[in-house]
Design a protein around this ligand. Structure first.
Ligand SMILES: NC(=O)c1ccc[n+]([C@@H]2O[C@H](COP(=O)([O-])OP(=O)(O)OC[C@H]3O[C@@H](n4cnc5c(N)ncnc54)[C@H](OP(=O)(O)O)[C@@H]3O)[C@@H](O)[C@H]2O)c1
Length: 244
């Protein structure tokens, strides 16, 4: 197992892509801090992990003091963090996708939520795990962004597009900043992934979408020692069935 004895944080672990990445890291031997707001959903993810390797930490990633508390609790429980996967992101709520209106008609609170969870929380949490990684001279930070063909696809969800482009820039910039400390920072930018929500909200795209496991397998590789020579990269993933 490639991640035996490693301690990981996975945000967005209560469902979808984050939950699948958590399962994959646990199957490779890591102990995983499962982060989200909904404890019942996190418990369900924890039950699906190999070897009782999940630990539940609830936090609202819009809130800086909660992010600081999360970091303190995980460090107190694990002693160190080897891997951080920032998979939490917002492109929908329980009822609707955040896609459609142009910027002038997008609610202010929705812009805040998309940017705060997708980008700001990743920066704040990375900032809090880095001192320990620097001291240990090892660490992996992985972002999950979203692939776009170009700015024309931003129409109707400019807040989400800008957030994801910024995540890519954050990845490249942070990788350069921490390269000398032997810490690697990378990003996976998948196109449509057939999570339960995508199947429900984008039924026609879901037919040719990636599986959550496709993203999780690449994530498992990028946070392993096999990928020590890869940093600062954003890897786009697109289903071979997607011909658009
Ligand atoms: N699905 C796709 O087709 C696709 C494609 C490309 C990229 N992505 C990206 O992949 C990531 C996961 O996508 P997904 O489709 O699996 O998303 P999802 O099903 O909507 O799940 C979002 C996750 O983020 C967590 N989250 C949201 N707001 C939060 C908050 N304020 N505090 C803490 N956690 C919060 C949710 O946990 P709680 O609800 O428990 O808080 C949940 O675990 C996102 O970054 C998304 O942009 C998705």
């Amino acid at each position: 197992m490639k991640l035996e004895g490693q301690f990981a944080i996975v945000t967005g672990a209560s469902r979808g892509i984050g939950a699948e990445i958590a399962r994959h890291l646990a199957a490779e031997g890591a102990t995983v801090a499962l982060v989200g707001r909904r404890s019942e959903a996190l418990e369900e993810t924890a039950r699906s992990l190999d070897g009782n390797r999940g630990r539940i930490f609830t936090a609202d990633l819009r809130d800086a003091p909660e992010i600081a508390g999360l970091s303190r609790s995980v460090h107190a429980s694990f002693g160190r963090v080897d891997i951080l996967v920032n998979a939490a992101g917002v492109w929908r709520d329980e009822h609707e996708k955040f896609h459609g209106p142009n910027l002038a008609d997008t609610p202010e609170g929705q812009i805040d939520e998309v940017v705060d969870v997708g980008l700001r929380a990743s920066m704040l949490l990375s900032r809090l795990v880095l001192p320990g990684m620097i001291e240990n001279r090892r660490g992996k930070i992985l972002q999950i962004a979203c692939g776009f063909a170009g700015p024309h696809e931003a129409k109707g969800w400019l807040h989400y597009y800008v957030t994801n482009k910024a995540i890519e820039a954050f990845t490249a910039g942070l990788a350069a900043e921490v390269r000398s400390h032997e810490i690697q920072v990378n990003c996976i930018a998948p196109w449509f992934v057939a999570s339960e929500a995508v199947v429900r909200m984008f039924p026609s795209e879901a037919k040719t979408a990636l599986a959550t496991g496709d993203v999780a397998k690449l994530a498992g590789f990028l946070v392993s020692r096999d990928a020590d020579h890869i940093s600062g990269q954003t890897i786009e993933l697109r289903s071979k069935l997607d011909q658009t």
